[in-house]
Design a protein around this ligand. Structure first.
Ligand SMILES: C[S@@+](CC[C@H](N)C(=O)[O-])C[C@H]1O[C@@H](n2cnc3c(N)ncnc32)[C@H](O)[C@@H]1O
Length: 283
């Protein structure tokens, strides 16, 4: 079954408007491959009917199925390693600076099925348990997709998922066997709060952040959308906080109000402050 150029045009416009995700006309094969299971599951006979039902705006469940099917949720524990090493290097100074408030917020801003947030929780337990004893530490983990958030809250991962990126020692220390899978321990769950959030919407209820992971999501957006999100992130990050992007993501040509943090081995940035912003961008 093939999707026509007109159907493709409607679906890609809808996807972009609702999520920011851009998919070009040449990707019809991808749209077909991802939507066929939705058609089958919902008993929808063809793409034209799907388009009509999405267009009608009367069936939020079908809209959600469509959006979820079109998103890439790829993730793994300690994905790319270097951002986690960077957090290990950045945290001692942040902990010193927050010694009075004893409060720390880390945000996993496109959390998918939760491996990123739980990796951060394991890292805190492994390396900062004593330093953070008695502190209020919060890992906020958000995503646009309810099904992946449900999985994240469940915190159950199969052998294949735990074999990707998670050292066996950490698996044995922070997971317990449950129903043939691995269930993340309370030690890690206690830090993490999962919440539904579309990065395109106003960021209501997101507290000032000390560290934000915004990884492997900007690549799906066009440049104006990336710039708008990075501008919002600038307001949410504390002045001495850090933003970590994915390995294939950069600020170059998108946003010039951050400074790269050198020497941490990954795409890490600090929000530039006040007059420095105007000076650097010639304003
Ligand atoms: C490839 S995953 C990245 C997961 C994790 N950050 C990592 O690097 O492993 C991208 C996630 O971004 C989410 N996403 C896409 N558009 C979004 C939006 N507008 N708001 C919030 N999340 C979005 C998707 O649902 C998906 O789970």
């Amino acid at each position: 079954m093939k999707v026509t150029p007109q159907q493709m045009s409607f679906l890609s416009t809808f996807l972009k408007r609702r999520s920011g995700v851009v998919i070009d006309q040449s990707k019809a094969y991808l749209v077909e491959a991802r939507l066929l299971p939705v058609l089958r599951q919902r008993g929808i006979p063809d793409f034209e009917t799907l388009v009509e039902r999405v267009r009608s705006s009367r069936e939020p469940a079908i809209e959600q199925d469509f959006l979820n099917a079109m998103m890439t949720h790829e993730t793994s524990f300690f994905r790319d390693r270097s951002p986690f090493e960077a957090v290990k290097r950045l945290l001692p100074e942040l902990i010193r600076r927050r010694a009075l408030a004893r409060h720390l917020v880390i945000w996993s801003a496109a959390a998918s099925s939760g491996q990123e947030a739980y990796s951060l929780a394991m890292l805190l337990n492994e390396h900062f348990r004593e330093a953070l004893a008695g502190w209020s530490v919060r890992i906020l983990a958000t995503d646009i997709s309810e099904p992946v958030l449900a999985r994240a809250r469940e915190g159950l991962y199969n052998d294949h998922e735990t074999a990707r990126g998670l050292p066996v020692e950490l698996r044995d220390k922070y997971f317990v066997r449950f129903q043939g899978k691995w269930s993340i321990s309370q030690d890690c769950r206690r830090y993490v709060e999962f919440r539904h959030m579309n990065l395109l919407d106003p960021w209501q209820g997101v507290p000032p952040c000390d560290i934000a992971f915004l990884r492997n999501v900007l690549i799906y957006f066009d440049v104006p959308t990336r710039a708008a999100i990075l501008a919002k992130m600038h307001m949410i990050l504390r002045p001495d906080g850090a933003l970590l992007l994915g390995g294939a993501e950069t600020m170059l040509g998108v946003c010039d109000t951050y400074d790269r943090i050198d020497g941490v081995g990954c795409s890490a940035y600090r929000p530039r402050q006040g007059r420095e912003i105007g000076r650097a961008s010639g304003r």
